[in-house]
Design a protein around this ligand. Structure first.
Ligand code: G6P
Length: 617
C-alpha cells in the first residue's frame, strides 16, 4: 500500500525514481509525486492520477539532481488531490518526506506544531511528521557532525510517532544524503555500483542492482553517495546483511501480454513446477520442506491447525483446511487475520499456527502472526516474497517461489498456495496414517498438476467467448461444494475486484437459504460440478436455478454429462486427484473474470480502490 522510492547516486534521480514508481504502481495508484534536491532546494512535482500523469508533470520541471524521492499513493488520510499527494515538504522548506503507513497520533502532533507556527498544506498525517522533523531540526540546527544530525532529527521525531511507517526523508541542508526508517511498512535498500536505491519492494530496484538489505522494524538507515549505515530507534548500531535477489528485471516485465494478470494466469504451470521443485522425498511418497523448522516428532504431537490470512490467501487457507482434515485427519480451523488479531482465540498447546501471505507484508496477517507468537505458539508462514517481514518473523515456513506477482488480483500466487497447502496435508498425513502407496499416488498427482493446469488454460478462447456473452450482467453467483466452495468464494472475489460486478460465492446447496431470492434471468450462476458422489446433488441445485430462469455456466470435469439444456455454457476441465482439483478449477474462474473485466474496459491490473499489498489496517 503506497509505493516509495529514493535514489542517491550519480545519475539523474528523476528518471530512476519514475521508472521505480511505475513498477510499484500496483501498491497504490491514486496520485504520485517526486522531489529532487537540487540547487539548494527541494523541488517537488506531484499530481493526482497515475504515474504517467506525474511523468508528464515532471518533464516540465528541470530535474537534474542526483538525489530524490518519489511516491505512488493509496489514500488513507485526506482525499485524492494534488496537495495530498506525497512528497510533503515542511512549511519551512527544510525537509521533504514520503511515507507508507498511518500516523495514528497525528492530530495531537499537528495541534502542537500549529502552536509552534508550522503550517499545513494538506490533510495528510504524513505532513505532520515532516514538520515534526523540521521542528526538531530548528531547535538545534546543523553543527559539525552534519550527517548524523539529520538522523537524530528523524529519530527524535519517530520516537513520538504511534502508528506504522516506511519513510524516506531528504533535507535541504544535507545534499546527497537520505534518511529512511521503517515500522511495519516494508523498505529494501538496493546497494548498487556507486548508488543506493531504497524502495518498498525489490521490483523498483532490481533493474539497477540485485544486492539488497532488508530493513527491519525500528531501523533507520542513513545514506550518502559513498556509504550507508544502519542504527535502531534506540541508537544501537546494526551490522547490515547484504542479500541477493534471485530473480531479475525480466521477471517483473509484462512481455507480450496485455496485462500482468493475463501473464500471471498463463505462468501458472511453471509457477507450480517452481513451488514443487526439490520438495518430494526420494521414495516419491511424501513432501519435504527445508525451512519448516519443526521436527517430525513435534508434528506428530500436533492435534489442531489454525490458519490465518486475508483476501485470496484466506481462500487458500480454506482449501488447505479441507485437505488437511480429509487426508491427515487433523482438525483445522481458518480465521481472517484481521479478526484473529483482536479476538482472544483459545489456542491449545498442540496447535500449529500458520499464516499464508503472498507479499509477506499484509499488516493484519503480520499482526496475527505476532499475536500467535506472543501467546507462545510456533507460528509458520507460507509466503512468496523472500525476505518479507512475515518470512523473517515466522518461526519457520515455506516459500512459494513463483517470482514477483504484479497484478493486484492474485492468480499464480493463489494456485501456488494451494500447492503448498496440498503438500503440507500430504506431509502431515504421511507422518500419521496415510499409506505409502496412497502417498505415491498423491505425489504423482501433484507432479501432474502443471500439465493439467496447462490443459485447462487451453479453454481460454472458449471462456473469452462466454465472457463476451456475460460481461453486461450486474450480479453473479459462484457456487461450489467441498474443496471447491472456497473456489466459489475466490471466483466471486476475482470478478468483483476487477470488473466491479457484484458477485457472491456460496456452498451450492446453501444457495436455497437466501441467494436463490436473487435468481432471475438477470443473475447468472457459475457452478463447479466435478465428477464424484456430489455431482448429482450439484445438478439438482442447477435445476433449481434453471427453474427460476437463472442462466447457468457449468464448470465440469471431463467425462461428466449434464442433462441437455441445463447449462447455458459449459467449461470442461481435466478430471484429477482431489488435492489437485482446486488448482485446476481456479483456471476457468480466473480467465472468466479477466476476460469479463477486459470486455468491460476495466483497468485489470489496477482495479479502483484496491492495492496489492495492504500495509495499513
Ligand atoms: C490484497 C490483494 C489480494 C491479496 C490480499 C492478501 O487484498 O489485493 O490479492 O489476496 O491482499 O495479500 P497477501 O500478500 O497477504 O497474500
Amino acid at each position: 500500500m503506497c509505493g516509495i522510492v529514493g535514489y542517491v547516486g550519480k545519475q539523474r534521480a528523476v528518471s530512476i525514481i519514475i521508472e521505480g514508481l511505475k513498477r510499484l504502481e500496483y501498491r497504490g495508484y491514486d496520485s504520485a509525486g517526486v522531489c529532487v534536491l537540487q540547487g539548494g532546494q527541494l523541488d517537488v512535482a506531484k499530481k493526482a492520477g497515475r504515474v504517467e500523469v506525474l511523468a508528464k508533470e515532471a518533464a516540465r520541471h528541470r530535474f537534474n539532481g542526483t538525489t530524490g524521492i518519489g511516491h505512488t499513493r493509496w489514500a488513507t488520510h485526506g482525499g485524492v488531490t494534488d496537495a495530498n499527494a506525497h512528497p510533503h515538504v515542511s512549511s519551512d522548506g527544510k525537509f521533504a518526506l514520503i511515507h507508507n503507513g498511518v500516523i495514528e497520533n497525528y492530530s495531537q502532533m499537528k495541534q502542537f506544531l500549529v502552536g509552534k507556527g508550522y503550517t499545513f498544506a494538506s490533510e495528510t498525517d504524513t505532513e505532520v511528521l515532516c514538520n515534526l522533523i523540521a521542528y526538531h531540526y530548528a531547535k538545534e540546527p546543523v553543527g559539525q557532525n552534519g550527517g548524523s544530525r539529520f538522523v537524530e532529527c528523524v529519530r527524535k521525531s519517530l520516537q513520538h510517532v504511534e502508528g506504522t511507517y516506511g519513510i524516506v526523508v531528504l533535507g535541504v541542508d544535507f545534499p546527497g544524503e537520505m534518511v529512511a526508517a521503517r515500522k511495519a511498512s516494508p523498505l529494501i535498500l538496493g546497494v548498487g555500483d556507486g548508488e543506493y536505491i531504497i524502495a518498498s519492494d525489490a521490483s523498483a530496484l532490481v533493474s539497477r542492482t540485485q544486492n539488497v538489505v532488508y530493513l527491519k522494524d525500528g531501523e533507520i538507515v542513513h545514506i550518502t553517495p559513498a556509504a550507508f549505515s544502519i542504527t535502531t530507534l534506540d541508537q544501537e548500531d546494526v551490522s547490515p546483511v547484504v542479500d541477493r535477489i534471485t530473480w531479475s528485471v525480466a521477471d517483473a516485465d509484462m512481455g507480450d501480454y496485455a496485462h500482468f494478470m493475463e501473464k500471471e494466469i498463463f505462468e501458472q504451470p511453471q509457477a507450480l513446477e517452481n513451488t514443487m521443485r526439490g520438495r518430494f522425498s526420494e521414495d516419491g511418497s511424501t513432501a519435504n520442506f527445508g525451512g519448516l523448522n519443526i521436527t517430525a516428532a513435534e508434528l506428530r504431537q500436533i492435534d489442531r491447525f489454525l490458519f490465518c490470512a486475508c483476501g485470496t490467501a484466506w481462500h487458500a487457507c480454506l482449501v488447505t483446511e479441507h485437505l488437511i482434515e480429509r487426508f491427515a485427519r487433523i482438525p483445522c480451523e481458518v480465521d481472517y487475520a484481521s479478526e484473529f488479531r483482536y479476538r482472544n482465540t483459545p489456542l491449545h498447546s498442540n496447535t500449529l499456527f500458520f499464516v499464508i501471505s503472498q507479499s509477506g507484508e499484509t499488516i493484519d496477517t503480520l499482526a496475527a502472526l505476532r499475536e500467535a507468537k506472543r501467546k507462545g505458539y510456533k507460528a509458520l508462514a507460507i509466503n512468496n516474497v523472500v525476505g518479507s517481514t512475515i518470512a523473517r518473523e515466522a518461526d519457520g515456513g515455506i516459500y512459494q517461489h513463483v517470482g514477483p506477482e504484479i497484478g493486484v488480483a492474485s492468480t499464480k500466487a493463489f494456485t501456488s498456495q494451494l500447492m503448498v497447502g496440498a503438500m503440507v496435508a500430504l506431509y502431515v498425513a504421511r507422518l500419521r496414517d496415510m499409506s505409502f502407496s496412497d502417498g505415491v499416488q498423491y505425489v504423482k498427482a501433484l507432479k501432474g498438476a502443471p500439465a493439467l493446469v496447462r490443459k485447462a488454460l487451453e479453454q481460454a478462447p472458449h471462456i473469452r467467448a462466454i465472457a463476451k456473452r456475460f460481461a453486461g450482467y450486474h450480479d453473479m453467483l459462484f457456487l461450489g461444494r467441498l474443496s471447491l466452495f472456497p473456489l466459489a468464494l475466490e471466483g466471486a472475489l476475482k470478478l468483483k475486484e476487477i470488473s466491479y460486478i457484484h458477485a457472491e460465492g456460496y456452498p451450492a446447496a446453501e444457495m436455497k437459504h437466501g441467494p436463490i431470492a436473487l435468481i432471475s434471468e438477470k443473475c447468472p450462476s457459475v457452478f463447479f460440478a466435478p465428477a464424484g458422489e456430489i455431482f448429482p446433488k450439484i445438478v439438482s441445485s442447477m435445476q433449481e436455478i434453471k427453474a427460476r430462469k437463472g442462466p447457468v455456466i457449468a464448470i465440469i470435469t471431463e467425462g461428466c454429462e449434464l442433462p441437455p439444456g441445463l447449462a447455458d455454457e459449459v467449461i470442461t476441465i481435466p478430471d484429477c486427484h482431489e488435492a489437485v482439483l482446486p488448482m485446476v478449477a481456479a483456471i476457468p474462474i480466473q480467465l472468466l473474470s479477466y476476460y469479463i473485466a477486459v470486455e468491460r474496459g476495466c483497468d485489470v491490473d489496477k482495479p479502483r480502490n484496491l492495492a496489492k499489498s495492504v500495509t495499513v489496517e
